[in-house]
Write a protein of this length. Structure first.
Length: 495
């Protein structure tokens, strides 16, 4: 097995070397103009900047601004919607040419990307529960827990204030966590917060304090893209002819979002800082990722699988029961589990149940969702394995006076186990990988640690590759023990 691990490491190193090499295909602006299309990445869930309108089409302040910029360039816009925590990775991988999603200008981003002139200026605000009085200033965030998109500028603002930052995919999720009491607050753009409160009339949260910093938002492209000179010229034109003011007034009632003529682009103060090498980045995060694997990913997998097997056995026996009501209930449960996405099941347990007064902590919530999911899939595996045992085995056991439970324990299940081991092992291996979805409900498992480490460095490939290696090693170990178990179970089978 160690040879396979070494071989995979060699492949990963080679891929990282290739990924680190830029391609000289000419300025991106030439490609954009030749194709007549500017591909733009945006969330589509961040009102009022980028969201789905009543007609199902993307709309919002950022959308209107980038459409106007594209008009100045003489091209059309094609949008790619993606969560904000994945948006920079998508840009680096060439999924789109430009990000239009309130990207705040900061030194790290200036060093890693091409940033345009600012087209929005706003203030930071702290949103907390309407019943809380614990936060009255940014200093009060020290020791508190906030919910933020891990790659957003507001996550860094909260962290710099001493807050423990829980990563979420978007603003709406963050607000939900604040209202449920799972986190203390969330920090975000004053314009976004004002729009949320206006649209929803939500009385469960309130603006607790200002962060005291002004943020400047810009478009982002890959480094040395060649896009920004013409985009900056377009922004200047839109500023001069009043277009930015008109768009801002449409969404905010005044020109509060548009920068003034004397707005200065923040300058980078990190230009002399030598960037961390990929090797150092990987070495620095090997232990944190391994720790998350040992303390979260593996325990979550083991606990969920054991509980899931218990559920699966009960459901499988109910499925083959002669009682129609019991069998129908089991079939309904299996159909629900197999007919809905696992991610949706996680969200229902974690985000929807609190609306009925059922608040479950992240790790137990993940265990509940994964166990129920395993129970639905493994139930059919166990049912098929039980039915594969010849009926004569049942009849013979009844002839010698064995009851139903004794027959199952001593005759049927031991034989069914041989048949069930391979598909159940596949279920276990799938569960190992599925635990990565727990990162969406605040469980800091292996993938979430990789995401958090990649967020400030923007080096997604290296850290995601290490995470993939960890998952692969776990699955290889499980496959090894699966083979040993199959050999042991086959020992006394007549050939």
């Amino acid at each position: 097995m160690h040879r396979k691990v070494l071989a995979l490491l060699a492949v990963l190193v080679a891929l990282m070397s290739v990924a680190g090499c830029g391609s000289s295909t000419g300025p991106l602006i030439d490609t954009v103009k030749d194709n007549g299309v500017l591909v733009v990445g945006t969330e589509g869930t961040y009102s009022p900047f980028s969201f789905q309108g009543a007609n199902g089409q993307l709309t919002g302040y950022d959308i209107d601004v980038v459409d106007a910029v594209a008009g100045e360039l003489g091209v059309r816009v094609e949008y790619v919607q993606t969560p904000f925590d994945s948006i920079f990775a998508g840009l680096q991988s060439g999924r789109f040419d430009l990000i239009a999603n309130q990207v705040t200008i900061n030194p790290d981003r200036q060093n890693a990307y091409d940033l345009s002139k600012p087209y929005t200026v706003s203030e930071g605000e702290i949103l907390d529960s309407a019943t809380s009085t614990a936060i009255t200033s940014v200093a009060d965030l020290a020791g508190k827990t906030t919910a933020q998109s891990s790659t957003s500028n507001w996550a860094q603002v909260a962290a710099d204030a001493g807050a423990n930052v829980e990563a979420v995919e978007g603003f709406v999720q963050a607000v939900t966590l604040v209202k449920d009491g799972r986190v203390d607050a969330t920090v975000n753009d004053s314009l976004a917060i004002a729009e949320y409160l206006k649209q929803t009339g939500d009385t469960g949260v309130k603006v607790a304090a200002q962060t005291g910093d002004t943020s400047y938002q810009a478009f982002a492209a890959r480094k040395d893209s060649g896009l920004m000179d013409e985009i900056d010229n377009a922004i200047d034109t839109l500023q001069a002819d009043g277009t930015l003011d008109r768009i801002s007034t449409t969404y905010f009632g005044s020109a509060v979002a548009a920068p003034t003529a004397d707005t200065q682009v923040p300058t980078s103060d990190a230009s002399d800082v030598e960037p961390q090498s990929k090797l150092d980045l990987i070495l620095d995060n090997l232990w944190p990722m391994l720790k998350a694997t040992l303390t979260m990913t593996i325990p979550l997998t083991a606990i969920s699988f054991v509980i899931g097997l218990v559920i699966a056995l009960a459901v499988a026996l109910a499925r083959i029961s002669s009682r129609k009501a019991l069998s129908a209930a089991a079939r309904f449960y299996v159909s629900i589990v197999r007919g809905t996405p696992l991610l949706l099941q996680l969200f229902i347990v974690f985000y929807a149940l609190p609306q009925f007064g059922v608040v479950i902590d992240p790790f137990p919530a993940a265990v509940v969702a994964f166990s129920l999911n395993v129970g639905g899939y493994a139930a059919e595996v166990i049912r098929a394995a039980i039915l594969s045992v010849p009926k004569g085995q049942w009849e013979a056991s009844q002839t010698i006076g064995m009851g139903y439970r004794t027959t199952l324990q001593r005759i049927i299940l031991p034989q069914a186990l041989r048949t069930a081991v391979p598909p159940l092992s596949n279920t276990l291996i799938s569960l190992v990988k599925d635990t990565s979805l727990a990162s969406t409900i605040l469980v800091t498992e292996l993938l979430r640690v990789a995401q958090l480490a990649a967020a400030p460095t923007f080096d997604f490939f290296a850290l995601y590759s290490v995470a993939a290696l960890y998952y692969w090693v776990i699955c290889m170990i499980l496959s090894f023990f699966q083979g040993k178990l199959e050999v042991r179970l086959d020992r006394y089978v007549a050939k």
